[in-house]
Design a protein. Structure first.
Length: 445
């Protein structure tokens, strides 16, 4: 169903405000002037401004007119958004925590304090990590179906840092990178910082449209394919094995490097083999422990083809010198003693419980996601406004994300993402009931 013409005018003005073409404090045309310029009724012009006001983009002052507001949350990437208010239920960011994690940390700190190598943790470390720590990560990757040589493992300051050094080591400004039309906002931020040319690939229910990807590779010099084959963020799909094999064939035929982001892969039981397991010579595999253990434990890892290791190591040296030895030592102890496996299993169960709550509280709405994911995607009707829904929820102290931070194409779908892991179960139920009421009253009215 095509959106009404006035909705397109709302979108155009909203875009001008977010991009700065209409600066904060600028006075907009009067309702009659807007109606005359656009060939619409005055009542329709009033409705346009009412929608913009509901989105929090303009304010109306009696007797003076309608003015562009100074936007509190900047346009663009979700990673730039301000912290959620202390009194709000956070369905925007995910930082799932389990009971007893603090006790695990206390015990780990005591063990490190009494270990024989404490003094060594106070010194500079090898840029890509100590051999014993890289061996721990290699063994962990073996549980994910990847045969990893510790010499090809590099330890990073979280998965985001792993993605950053991968770009620094393998790509240059202006390089074309194929990405999903909806993708991880953190990669968008990196692409902007390193001046990469992102080419959006349409998605299907199971992953990227591989016909479109192949056409893109045949017509443009694609240098890399950024992909999340196991538990895509934000859509939650798991790419079937046949599609993974075809993606690899496309990469081998046209030459781009595959960057496999596996940050949420731990939530999926028995997924198809990672791309890095099938095509280790053309795949850089990036993941970390922030999602599976704790967001404050900034330990990530990169598994790369041997020829890329020196460049990645130089990128680590240029950005952090080395990942802090103390947190790496704790993380690798937990990898070796089974703590990480235990926590991952608990979080899979916790995510399933939360998805079951979503299915109950939002039954009948067109939800998209995975049954053991910590997020859910909620598409809205074509004539709905995700910004308006988000603003309404914010006034009710619930923070959610629109599709804008995830979008790489020129078309931003009307949808919201609900992050499920940052509140207790009762708080989640209550917040989802409010989401349902607001969405039903506004978007689905």
């Amino acid at each position: 169903m095509a959106a009404p013409r006035y909705k397109k005018l709302v979108d155009a003005l909203a875009s001008d405000i977010r991009t700065g073409r209409l600066s904060p404090g600028a006075r907009l045309s009067t309702h009659r002037e807007l109606a005359a310029r656009e060939g619409i009724a005055v009542v329709t012009a009033t409705r346009v401004y009412a929608e913009l006001e509901a989105m929090g983009l303009v304010s109306r002052e009696q007797g003076r007119g309608t003015f562009v507001r100074d936007i509190a949350v900047p346009a663009g990437h979700g990673i730039d958004q301000q912290p959620v208010a202390a009194d709000a239920v956070d369905l925007n960011f995910n930082y799932p925590s389990l009971p007893g994690q603090a006790d695990l940390l206390r015990q780990a700190l005591r063990e490190v304090a009494t270990s024989g190598d404490l003094d060594s943790l106070l010194r500079y470390q090898p840029h890509r990590g100590r051999p014993q720590d890289r061996a721990s990560i290699a063994r962990h990757l073996g549980l994910r179906g990847i045969t990893a040589d510790p010499e090809q493992v590099l330890i990073a300051g979280g998965a985001q840092h792993g993605l950053a050094i991968t770009i620094m080591a393998t790509l240059s400004a202006g390089d074309v990178v194929a990405v999903d039309a909806l993708t991880y906002p953190g990669f968008k931020v990196l692409a902007h910082a390193f001046q990469l040319d992102l080419e959006p690939v349409p998605t299907t229910a199971d992953g990227p449209d591989l016909d479109a990807l192949e056409r893109l590779c045949a017509t443009r010099p694609v240098r890399a394919i950024y992909t999340m084959p196991t538990l895509h963020n934000p859509l939650g799909w798991v790419m079937p094995a046949t599609d993974r094999n075809r993606l690899i064939r496309i990469a081998r035929q046209y030459g781009p490097l595959i960057i496999e982001d596996a940050s949420y892969a731990y939530l999926v039981e028995a997924p198809p083999p990672p791309l890095a397991a099938t095509a280790p010579d053309i795949t850089v595999y990036v993941s970390g422990l922030s999602k599976s253990i704790a967001t404050g434990l900034r330990v990530g890892f990169v598994l790369a083809p041997q020829p890329l290791v020196p460049s990645l190591e130089r990128a680590i040296r240029a950005t952090t010198w080395n990942t802090p030895a103390l947190t790496t030592a704790i993380a690798c102890r937990w990898l070796d003693d089974g703590t990480v496996n235990h926590l991952e299993a608990q979080k899979r169960a916790d995510a399933k419980t939360r998805q079951a709550i979503v299915s109950q509280e939002l039954a009948g709405l067109p939800l998209i996601g995975h049954p053991s994911s910590y997020f859910t995607w909620l598409p809205l009707p074509d004539d709905a406004r995700a910004d308006r829904l988000t603003a309404t929820l914010a006034r009710r102290h619930i923070s959610v994300t629109t599709a804008e931070p995830f979008t790489t194409s020129t078309h931003t779908p009307q949808a919201i993402r609900l992050a499920l892991g940052s509140t207790d179960l009762d708080g989640l139920r209550s917040a989802l009931r409010t989401v349902r009421r607001v969405a039903t009253e506004d978007a689905y009215a």
